[in-house]
Design a protein around this ligand. Structure first.
Ligand code: NAP
Length: 268
């Protein structure tokens, strides 16, 4: 986050933020970024595995163990929190290594379908946040939710992007301030080196700007989350986000996130 402006509020106490999916690939990056700014944030992690959390963060301080299927696990984690970052997701598993020339087949584990995790699990988080008096929810979702035929929806017939989008609609109607970040294809690449582009309703999937790939590094998504927690112009917005590939001529690396969020709009 070095060269990026952060919206400093020096006289206010740090924001208490709970990150769910904290041991996920993007969730862990968000936790680590928030931890770098103890003056701005006090971060709590919500995860299923103590071992995984300890391996990632070198500590289990401020770790709340639980399952998003259990509202009772969420309640203590959200007590006195100002903001919730939702980074949980159903995770498909390969059935078996594919035969040569065959496509791999996927299943969702029992209790881990998109309907259970990306819809009901997110509703549980939103309701628990409401009960706890949380003021802002930042939800990371995915582009593609307007298209039932999207390959990720067809995967194990899970309709994962459709369920995610239904949970987004629920969040918007919840009355809690929201920021919904629908990422393009996630890459494990360095962040802070690209121009980010925002859109809506999968229009960038249908027609990628300048034909660029509709992808974005996880580290950039994590930065968008951190900035959204602080920037007033991120409140009550939902948007798709992708990045120009590094080295794109005339691209300007995104550092002004207020300006980025100002390009986005409320509603699904
Ligand atoms: P990820 O690594 O798959 O992490 C998902 C997290 O959800 C994991 O930490 C997992 O816990 C947690 N989780 C799953 N079920 C849970 C449960 N019942 N209770 C508590 N936690 C549970 O995520 P990612 O790949 O960084 O993706 C972040 C978000 O971006 C997701 O919503 C994803 O769908 C979306 N997205 C992905 C892509 C892509 O290209 N992959 C593209 C656009 C958007 P464990 O750590 O214990 O497994």
């Amino acid at each position: 986050m070095s060269q990026v402006a952060i919206y400093s509020t020096p006289m206010t106490p740090p924001l208490q933020v709970l990150v769910t999916g904290a041991t996920g690939r993007t969730g862990a990056l968000v936790v680590q970024k928030l931890q770098q700014h103890p003056d701005q944030f006090t971060v709590r992690s919500f995860a299923r595995s103590e071992q995984k959390a300890n391996d990632l963060f070198g500590t289990t301080a401020n770790l709340y163990l639980g399952d998003i299927a259990n509202p009772a696990d969420l309640q203590p984690a959200l007590e006195n929190c100002d903001a919730l970052v939702i980074l949980t997701s159903a995770i498909p598993q390969m059935k078996a290594p594919p035969e040569p020339g065959q496509r791999p087949e996927f299943i969702y584990p029992e209790g881990g379908t998109p309907e259970q995790i990306d819809y009901q699990g997110q509703l549980n988080q939103i309701e628990a946040a409401k009960t706890a008096g949380v003021k802002h929810i930042v939800l990371v979702g995915s582009m593609g939710g307007t298209n039932e035929q999207h390959p990720l929806n067809r995967m194990a017939n899970g309709n994962i992007l459709i369920w995610k989008r239904q949970a987004e609609a629920y969040l918007i109607d919840s009355g809690i301030d929201y920021t919904i970040i629908r990422a393009g294809g996630l890459q494990d690449q360095p962040g802070g080196q690209r121009e980010l582009i925002v859109g809506k309703d999968d229009t960038m999937l249908a027609q990628p700007p300048d034909g660029i790939p509709t992808s974005i590094p996880r580290a950039d998504v994590a930065e968008v989350v951190v900035q959204a927690l602080l920037a007033p112009s991120a409140r009550n917005k939902a948007f798709d986000v992708i990045s120009k590939p590094e080295g794109t001529p005339q691209a300007v690396v995104t550092t002004d996130f207020e300006a980025l969020f100002e390009q986005t709009t409320p509603g699904l």
